[in-house]
Design a protein around this ligand. Structure first.
Ligand SMILES: NC(=O)c1ccc[n+]([C@@H]2O[C@H](COP(=O)([O-])OP(=O)(O)OC[C@H]3O[C@@H](n4cnc5c(N)ncnc54)[C@H](OP(=O)(O)O)[C@@H]3O)[C@@H](O)[C@H]2O)c1
Length: 331
């Protein structure tokens, strides 16, 4: 594997490529998965294209995703930043801090084993559990950092209050939450809070599950565990209703000699220098297209024009955990 040059950004104490690679789709969430050998090749190709920031989770494919990402990154482990995630439930054991720590230690140890590494660079709580104080989770994260098992930690889909309370106990490195031209709910308070506290922001689903590539037509059908079967953003009527957004980014793409996906990513990179999206894709040319968005520079004028046009467009449909949970009964 060769080292390619790509712009970098800081997520608090971690330096990463300006765009990362979300590995979820290699095991989970988008229907049939590639052959294992092809998945390993794709992860390595992302690095060859300049990516140094890789995202997985214990829950993707019941741990399989961590195993394959760990194997793919083994030859370059010390050159990349590896992020994974855990979930923890409220039980009798986790109702005390010590019990919670023990439980989370068992998750981190299992992830380390699957990833084949001695430390995780960035460890996110996949969803804040409303029954467990965020301060207790933050205290556990501080202990894991002290033990050297993780270098940094973060939350996913958390609120401004949850970020502030947890950050006061153990500083947070990054918040990973949904953000794209189709989902801007965190612009109001979470992103400004990250800015104030010096926390990085890592948008997941930055291409709105592919919609913003402009390559998915309204009559397309999806199978298996593909979230697009259930998220309302992909219902036929909403895909048709959201065409003005595709028209907007396609126009800009044509003007800039870029693609709609690249304009969508360049827009969020322009917004704040602590934003690092992690698009996922399973074709080398798409991975390269997405990572190359780091070289698509929007001028302030172009950015402001996009912002003004976006403000006029009312987005139909979304992507919610509740809708995605419906897949369980459909597979
Ligand atoms: N924290 C969380 O709760 C959470 C939730 C969701 C995702 N994530 C993370 O975020 C990463 C990305 O999110 P995501 O996968 O939901 O959404 P995404 O990156 O917005 O979209 C991925 C989908 O778009 C397609 N796509 C990507 N680039 C494309 C291109 N240039 N042209 C055409 N199609 C393209 C992919 O197709 P193919 O794969 O078929 O090529 C895939 O179906 C995940 O891999 C995961 O690591 C985290």
């Amino acid at each position: 594997m060769e080292d390619a040059i790509m712009k970098t950004r800081k997520l608090r104490n971690l330096e990463v490529s300006a765009i990362g690679y979300g590995c979820m789709g290699l095991s989970h969430g988008y229907g049939s998965v590639p052959e294992r050998i092809d998945s390993i090749r794709l992860v390595r190709q992302a690095y060859d294209f300049g990516c140094t920031f890789f995202d997985t989770a214990e829950g993707y494919g019941d741990g399989d995703n961590e195993i394959l990402v760990g194997e793919a990154l083994k030859p370059i482990r010390d050159k990349i930043v590896l992020a994974t995630k855990f979930r923890v439930d409220k039980t009798e054991q986790t109702s005390t801090r010590e019990g919670l720590l023990k439980e989370i230690q068992s998750h981190v140890d299992a992830s380390l084993k699957r990833l084949g590494t001695d430390h995780i660079d960035l460890y996110y709580q996949h969803r804040v559990n409303k029954d467990i104080p965020v301060e207790d989770i933050a205290w556990c994260m501080g202990t894991l950092i002290h033990e050297g098992k993780i270098l940094a930690w973060g939350q996913s889909q958390s609120t401004e209050d949850e970020i502030r309370l947890a950050h006061a106990v153990t500083p947070i490195t990054a918040i990973q939450s949904e953000y794209s031209m189709m989902e801007r709910m965190f612009e109001k308070d979470v992103i400004p809070t990250c800015e104030k506290l010096g926390i990085g922001f890592v948008p997941f689903s930055p291409l709105a599950s592919g919609f913003l590539s402009g390559k998915y037509k309204a009559d397309r059908t999806y199978t298996g565990d593909d979230v697009r079967r259930v998220i309302t953003r992909f219902s036929k009527e909403n895909v048709l209703a959201n065409q003005p957004l595709l028209d907007l980014i396609t126009n800009f793409a044509n003007q800039k000699g870029a693609t709609p996906a690249q304009i969508s990513l360049a827009w969020m990179l322009h917004k704040k220098d602590f934003i690092v999206p992690i698009p996922g894709a399973r074709k080398p040319e798409r991975i390269q297209e997405n990572l190359s968005a780091a070289d698509v520079e929007l001028t302030d004028n172009e950015f402001n024009q996009i912002e003004a046009e976006l403000a006029k467009i009312e987005i139909q449909g979304n992507r919610t955990d509740e809708d995605i949970a419906k897949l369980r009964d459909m597979i």
